[in-house]
Ligand binder design. Structure first.
Ligand SMILES: [Zn+2]
Length: 348
């Protein structure tokens, strides 16, 4: 987050306090040892990163880690910088809520052209994770006539197949593997069929849920609400889960040392998974259910055509079956009987 009026001294003091070694760099940048130690040999002894002297923005040339101090703090569990809460530059998103509590992360929801329509902030509270929307310079979406969109909409058009995941961080994890993925802005809840409106009829969809009970519910909901609305559906489970891994974000994070292999493995799993088919309408039931008394049949035509029942008419080929039901004497008596008509009302 860009904060106005930061001094290089204040920025340096913060990074040093959280254990990032800084050295002389250029007029605009401190040299820094990257805190993303796992990605560097010898703890990045030969510094690969820089910290901008006016904004505190961090960027590592080698592993690609980048972000403002508050974003790095969220990622590495550092205390947030003291300038959090001082207020952002006009037009930027805030870094704290109304009560001054810092946001853990932000996700922008964009239109097709990549312009931010609204943002979603996550805050960790004693009660758990909370989410808040921010749009047009203030909290909340109500009354702002904001178009709700899938996450990363500006990329979706280019997707050959679209993984649908539970959360934004899962989507960003999938992007590390080269996928163009999406999710909805209401997390695991709600009607996912709206997603179909943003996909073409050519784009196959791959559904993943977290590997837990909630994830199974999400998966079932996604498959049900997208059936018949997208090109095809696959239901994917993450392979070779390590203990503690349960979502795509964890899965990717644990494989950052070889993203290429992880990308290939996930592509193979998708390819080897059969297309998902909805369960048949027929089901195996209990005999006691089948023997339960039924409401009495209401006949439309006595002992011939029942109300709310499927009647099957059969006869030898050439018996003129269609003729018997389309000739005027047969059809007209119903058509004239208003709501008694098997067609549900007067048909003209
Ligand atoms: Zn790095």
């Amino acid at each position: 987050m860009v904060i106005s009026g930061l001094s290089p001294g204040e920025i340096a003091a913060y990074y040093r306090r959280v254990g990032v070694q800084l050295g002389d760099g250029t007029d605009d940048w401190f040299r820094a040892r990257c805190p993303n130690r796992a990605e560097h040999n010898h703890g990045d002894a030969n510094p690969s990163a820089g910290v901008a002297k006016t904004t505190g923005f961090f960027k590592c040339q080698k592993c690609g880690l980048s972000g403002f101090a508050d974003q790095l703090a969220a990622r590495f569990g550092w205390p947030p910088p003291a300038w959090n809460g001082r207020g952002p530059v006009a037009g930027e998103r805030p870094i704290t809520d109304r009560d001054g509590r810092p946001m853990v992360c932000w996700h922008d929801y964009t239109d097709e052209g990549g312009r931010t329509l609204y943002s979603k902030a996550r805050m960790d509270t004693p009660a758990g994770k909370e989410f808040f929307f921010w749009a047009q310079g203030s909290w909340g979406l109500k009354g702002k006539n904001i178009r709700r969109v899938p996450f990363r909409l500006h990329r979706l058009g280019k997707a050959e197949e679209v993984p649908i995941l539970e959360g934004e961080s899962d989507v960003l994890g999938a992007e590390e593997l080269g996928f163009i993925a999406t999710t909805t802005d209401n997390g695991a809840e709600g009607d996912l069929s709206v997603l179909a409106r943003f996909l073409t009829t050519m784009q196959p969809v791959v559904v993943l849920g977290d590997e837990d009970d909630d994830g199974e519910a999400y998966r079932a909901n996604a498959l049900k609400s997208l059936t018949g609305r997208v090109a095809s559906l696959k239901s994917i489970h993450l392979p070779e889960l390590n203990p503690g891994e349960k979502d795509p974000r964890d899965w990717v994070a644990a494989r950052r040392n070889d993203l290429q292999a992880a990308a290939e493995r996930s592509a193979t799993v998708i390819e080897d998974t059969e297309e998902w088919q909805p369960a048949s309408e027929f089901r195996i039931g209990r005999a006691s259910e089948a023997l339960k008394p039924r409401p009495p049949m209401t006949w439309i035509v006595e002992r011939f055509l029942g109300r709310r029942w499927v009647s099957i008419f059969f006869g030898d080929p050439g018996a003129k079956k269609p003729m018997r039901f389309t000739t005027r004497p047969f059809v007209l008596p119903w058509a004239n009987r208003g709501s008694d008509s098997p067609l549900g009302g007067p048909q003209c």
